[in-house]
Design a protein around this ligand. Structure first.
Ligand SMILES: Nc1ncnc2c1ncn2[C@@H]1O[C@H](COP(=O)(O)OP(=O)(O)OP(=O)(O)O)[C@@H](O)[C@H]1O
Length: 261
């Protein structure tokens, strides 16, 4: 089941409702994302597993934040909740001051469309349209004229060094090129929050650096924020902040990785 469907199931009573707890600690104006008491359970048959155990985080605007941790520690679950695509079982999430899980379904879809760019491990490109049109999707969804949307998408493809692939279908691109199209699509509408799951995994060192430079440039714009899930030790030096997640709990929060990691 995909995460949107899961949310619908949650809403229909298949999961535990989101609580209405008040935010425990006040949220500073410079905070891009605030989570308070975020818990997420998954139910498989008779069993319920708690994957996140009460996450309290403030992600500041203008920072590049990395989330690291072993496979299964809950990273994808946490970033999905932070960007409004997976409901928490309990707790609250504020994105740029909006308590997103109090929005209606339509309001949340609209909020995500305008404010969030995603780069997931599966690139989810549309097979029947070319690279430029794929990268232009968020703008077209917002009603921007098709020609202008494609032109803006091609600018980003150029910044990612694949403008010459703009007219190709996803099936004609390598994995790394598809990943860069997905990155262009995440950035094209200039969202305030960009969430990336392993954005450099399929890229060689040089392309990976180029992607990171672009993400850093975006993150440093003062009202934006970039969160990156990564295992890629080639890019750890670029983080402003590194969070370590272990078994659904944040166990380290600092500029560098803990020594034993
Ligand atoms: N839809 C789901 N239904 C049931 N269990 C799930 C679901 N999604 C995730 N889980 C479980 O939640 C735990 C955390 O998964 P998650 O994908 O968040 O981990 P991760 O840290 O991102 O792992 P990886 O680094 O391998 O991508 C895992 O045990 C996983 O099996």
């Amino acid at each position: 089941m995909d995460r949107i469907a899961q949310r619908a199931q949650d809403r229909a009573g298949g999961g535990v409702p989101v609580s209405n707890v008040a935010l425990a600690a006040p949220v500073d104006a410079a905070t891009a994302i605030a989570t308070r008491g975020v818990v997420r359970d998954f139910t498989a048959g008779q069993q319920t597993i708690r994957v996140l155990h009460g996450i309290d985080l403030d992600i500041r605007a203008g920072e590049l934040t990395y989330l690291v941790g072993e496979s299964g520690s809950g990273k994808t679950t946490l970033i999905s909740i932070m960007c409004g695509i997976l409901w928490p079982t309990e707790g609250e999430v504020r994105l740029f001051g909006t308590d997103i899980y109090k929005l209606s379904d339509n309001e949340l879809v609209d909020f995500r469309l305008r404010n969030v760019g995603f780069i997931f491990q599966q690139y989810n490109l549309i097979p029947a349209i070319d690279a430029a049109s794929n990268a232009a999707v968020p703008l077209i969804a917002q009603g921007v004229d098709r020609g202008e949307a494609r032109a803006r998408a091609i600018e980003l493809l150029a910044a990612l060094n694949i403008a010459d692939q703009a007219d190709k279908l996803p099936s004609q691109l390598s994995g790394g090129q598809q990943q860069r199209v997905a990155i262009a699509r995440a950035l094209v509408h200039q969202p305030r929050l960009i969430v990336c799951d392993e954005p450099t995994a399929a890229l060689d060192a040089r392309s990976g650096r180029r992607v990171m430079d672009l993400l850093r440039e975006v993150a440093l714009a003062d009202d934006r924020s970039v969160i990156i899930v990564t295992h890629d030790n080639r890019i750890f030096d670029l983080a402003d902040r590194i969070l370590v997640l272990e078994d659904g709990r944040i166990t380290h929060d600092g500029r560098d990785l803990p020594k034993d990691h």
